[in-house]
Every structure is written in structure tokens, then in C-alpha cells.
Ligand binder design. Structure first.
Ligand SMILES: Cc1ncc(COP(=O)(O)O)c(C=O)c1O
Length: 483
């Protein structure tokens, strides 16, 4: 497939793609004001039709949820209803500047406060802040609160260790290390829960926190969670919930009731805001009241009259973790989503996402068995290890799926599952789509035994063939080279 030239390469001097209205203000010599700066900026000069074709062709080379099924485990690639974009595009929101005086942004503050009220109810936490702009950023913010809490009790220097399960997402140990903690790994028991004996051995006066993902990245509900929280609290530590998997719990159960002290939420997973490559998103965090004094400021709260206001008077605040209030239009989108579902509808998110994942797991059980023989939550972690004897890896199965028109699931995560194949269907997919996906995968698994080379060659019908992913990571070169 030929590369599409850059829009700058299509540029021809003097071409124009829009009709600007006659200026009704005095002309200004921009060149004289900006001088060389303006000269340094190249603007594409292109007609409207060519510009439209350019972007439409580019968009056809991409794969997204609006093209097909996107079961990328741990990422919750659900459909984001279009009404979210309508409300986020209202000029009352888009024309607001974060430096406007507080008395002129009452509407925005109300959107935030309403979102926070709903998130408190959904999670069972006492307070919420929506400043962090990604899940990992929310993790870091939670650890900063935990650190401030231990310091306020004179235990900051002593509590230096953050415990992380061996199944954790890489951002957990990274956030802990970034926050200056020593990271220690807690193994997973045979049944997929936390190994309580190993946890007990590691807990002590140096424990700052345990970071638990629930449901875990193995897609299993941590059935010992109240016991785990109790053990960590008895050792004087705090328990953080990685809430990336909140889709399994919305409206059904609340992490705040399980004993957690704080958690992060990925609004771009559970609450239908756009995924943005780690940002701009919203990694809202929930916290119990003992951590509230340290919340990032200014804190959005309600005054006695119930009005949403900014509270700058927080002497123990850790400071800002984001410019202004975070990604404010994410709050508009999430609020739209909350209100569209309503309190009663909310649990259908978790019920259908869990049902869909269990359906896929059951349909694939003969070709891709589950890593743990337990009901899964909103996704299922399967293993493709049986195909290794034919020289076929989980990645080969995934690449073959592209030729059937499906986005591959997540592979090789969690790290503790050999040839992990992690499928997250989400609640927004119809049974026919799940069936078509399972049928394709069953066929591919058969091919793995009869014609492994066909899988090694896949994908053959995509825009690009099999990429050398290791080379792409090691020799990152994202510069465009004109043909
Ligand atoms: C389990 C888990 N935790 C944390 C994160 C980090 O979230 P973000 O990508 O929003 O930084 C992810 C992202 O996929 C995840 O799957």
C-alpha cells in the first residue's frame, strides 16, 4: 500500500480551501509583527475537496470501535455514545477559559461537582478529584496522598515500601517508583487471589501501601479483598485500588465498601470518554476522608447552600497535579453518560460486561482455555500455550484476527499467564458480534494446527503487514520520510 503524502506535500502556492468573510476590522500587517516566526511556519495551501479526501483517506487506514469489534483487554474499548460529543461541544463549555473569574464559571463547577457526587455514590468514597489526566496519573496522585498522610503522622521516613502484585499493570510499580517508593512484588496464589501468606510476610512497619487491582488483571474478583485491606491496615499501611477494571463493578459493588483507602478511575474506560493515548483523559481519584486534607487543589466542593465552589483554603494540600482543573470536557462527557444511564440503569453496565465476557470464555473454552477455572469478570484471560508445539504463539492468533476484520485482544499481559490472550468484549457489543468473533477465533485455532505458516504470515489483508514490534520499540523513529 502506497503511503499517503503529507498535506504539506500536496500544498500548492495560492490554493485556498475556504471563503473567509470580508474583514470588518482594520488590516494588520501580521508579517511585520511576527517577523521570522511567521516565515518559519509552513501552512498547507490546499483546496477543500483535496483536504477532505486527505483526511478521509487517512481515517480509512485506522481501526476504531466504529469500524469493528475492539476487544483489547484491560482497555475497555466500549462505544462512546455520540451525545457525549454534542454536550461537550456546547459553546458554553468550549468558550470557557480556565482563567476566568470563579463567579463566571459556575456552570462548569456544577458539572464537576455533579460528576463528583455521582462518582462518590458509585465508588463509595468520601471525596473525588478529577484533576489527574490519565489512569497512571491518578495512581501517582493517590500515592502522593498516601505519602502526605504518612508524613503527617511522622511515619514518612519509615514507610518506604509499596507492595504490588505480580499480576499488576506496569504503571503500578512505575507510579510507586516515581513517587520515591521501594517496590516489592506479592505473588498470586494458585486460585488467582493474592497470596495471603506472602503478603503477611512482607507487611511491616516499612509498608506504605498495597496497590490492588480489583477485579485483578486476571479478570478475577479478589474474593479476599476485605481480609487483604484489614491485614494492610493492621500493619499501618494504606490500600490503593487500581480501578481500571471498574466496568465490572459499576452499580453492583463499591470499592469504598471493600476497605480501600483510595482508588483511581479511568473515565476513558468505564465512563465513555475518549481514549487518548494516556491523555487527554481523566484519571479521577476517590479517597476516604482521612486523605482529604491532602487533596490536590483548588478543591471543587459545595458550600452550605449546595453551590459548587472552589476551596483554596487547604493548608495540607499536595498542590496541583494538573494545569487548572484537569481535562474539563471529560467531566461534561462523563456527566452526560451518567445521566443517560440514570441510577437504575447503571448496574446494566457491569452486568452485561460480565455476561459478555463469560459468554466469550464459554464459547472458546475448547480452543483457548481460561488461565483460571473461575467465573470471570468483565474480561477473560485465556491461554494459547497449547499452540506452542505447532510453533504458533498468541501473537500469531491475534494477527490472524486482523484479517477477519477484528482488532486483536491484549497479548502477553498479565505477565504471569503463559501466552496470555486477554479478551474484553464490553457491554456494548451484540451477541452476533461476539459469535462472529468466536467463530473466527475457533477457525484460526484450527489453522494453528493444520497450517501454522498461514498464521505466521498474517495479517495479509491489512494496510500494513506483520510489523517488527521489537524493532519498533528499540529503534523508535517516528519521522516521516518522503518517498
Ligand atoms: C490495570 C490497569 N491499570 C492502570 C492503567 C493505566 O491507565 P492509563 O492508560 O489511563 O494511564 C491501565 C491501562 O490500560 C490498566 O489496564
Amino acid at each position: 500500500m502506497k503511503p499517503i503524502p503529507l498535506i504539506f506535500e500536496k500544498s500548492r502556492p495560492g490554493r485556498i480551501g475556504c471563503n473567509l468573510p470580508k474583514a470588518d476590522t482594520p488590516e494588520v500587517d501580521v508579517q511585520a509583527i511576527l517577523g521570522e516566526t511567521r516565515d518559519a511556519v509552513a501552512w498547507p495551501e490546499i483546496g477543500e475537496l483535496d483536504m477532505l479526501r486527505h483526511f478521509t483517506n487517512l481515517s480509512h487506514r485506522n481501526y476504531g470501535i466504529e469500524i469493528g469489534f475492539y476487544p483489547l483487554g484491560s482497555c475497555t474499548m466500549k462505544y462512546n455514545p455520540k451525545i457525549n460529543e454534542r454536550t461537550a461541544g456546547l459553546t458554553g463549555f468550549t468558550h470557557t477559559h480556565p482563567m476566568q473569574p470563579e463567579e463566571t464559571i459556575g456552570g462548569f463547577l456544577e458539572v464537576y461537582a455533579s460528576c463528583m457526587d455521582i462518582l462518590k455514590e458509585i465508588t463509595g468514597f468520601d471525596d473525588i478529584t478529577m484533576q489527574p489526566v490519565a489512569g497512571a496519573h491518578g495512581e501517582l496522585a493517590c500515592l502522593m496522598l498516601i505519602k502526605a498522610y504518612h508524613e503527617s503522622r511522622g511515619e514518612g521516613a519509615q514507610r518506604r515500601v509499596v507492595l504490588v502484585p505480580d499480576s499488576a499493570h506496569g504503571t503500578n510499580p512505575a507510579s510507586a517508583a516515581r513517587c520515591g517508593y521501594v517496590v516489592k512484588t506479592i505473588p498470586t496464589a494458585e486460585d488467582g487471589n493474592t497470596d495471603l501468606e506472602a503478603l503477611a510476610k512482607e507487611l511491616g512497619p516499612d509498608t506504605a501501601a498495597f496497590m490492588v487491582t480489583n477485579p485483578s488483571t486476571l479478570a478475577l474478583f479478589e474474593t479476599n479483598i476485605t481480609k487483604v485491606c484489614q491485614m494492610v491496615h493492621e500493619a499501618g499501611g494504606q490500600v490503593f485500588c487500581d480501578g481500571a477494571n471498574m466496568n465490572a463493578m459499576v452499580g453492583t459493588t463499591r470499592p469504598g465498601d471493600h476497605g480501600f483507602d483510595c482508588m483511581h478511575l479511568n473515565l476513558h474506560k468505564t465512563f465513555s470518554t475518549p481514549h487518548g493515548g494516556g491523555g487527554p483523559g481523566c484519571g479521577a481519584i476517590g479517597l476516604k476522608s482521612h486523605l482529604a486534607p491532602y487533596m490536590p487543589g483548588p478543591v471543587i466542593t459545595r458550600n452550605d447552600a449546595g453551590q459548587a465552589v472552589l476551596d483554596h483554603d487547604r493548608p495540607h494540600c499536595i498542590g496541583r497535579v494538573s494545569g487548572f482543573f484537569g481535562q474539563s470536557l471529560m467531566a461534561v462527557r462523563a456527566l452526560t453518560y451518567f445521566l443517560a444511564y440514570g441510577r437504575e440503569g447503571m448496574s446494566s453496565i457491569s452486568r452485561y460486561s460480565v455476561l459478555n465476557a463469560n459468554y466469550v470464555k464459554a464459547r472458546l473454552k475448547d480452543v483457548l482455555p481460561a488461565a483460571h477455572d473461575r467465573p470471570c469478570m468483565h474480561e477473560c484471560v485465556l491461554t494459547a500455550k497449547q499452540y506452542k508445539e505447532y510453533g504458533v504463539r498468541a501473537l500469531d492468533l491475534s494477527k490472524a484476527l486482523i484479517d477477519y476484520g477484528f482488532h486483536p485482544p491484549t497479548n502477553y499481559f498479565p505477565l504471569i499467564v503463559p501466552e496470555a490472550f486477554m479478551i474484553e468484549p464490553t457491554e456494548t457489543e451484540a451477541k452476533e458480534t461476539l459469535d462472529a468473533f468466536c467463530d473466527a477465533l475457533i477457525e484460526i485455532c484450527e489453522l494453528a494446527k493444520t497450517d501454522p505458516d498461514a498464521l505466521h504470515a498474517a495479517p495479509t489483508k491489512a494496510i500494513v503487514g506483520r510489523l517488527d514490534e521489537a524493532a519498533a520499540v528499540k529503534n523508535l523513529d517516528v519521522r516521516y520520510q518522503p518517498a
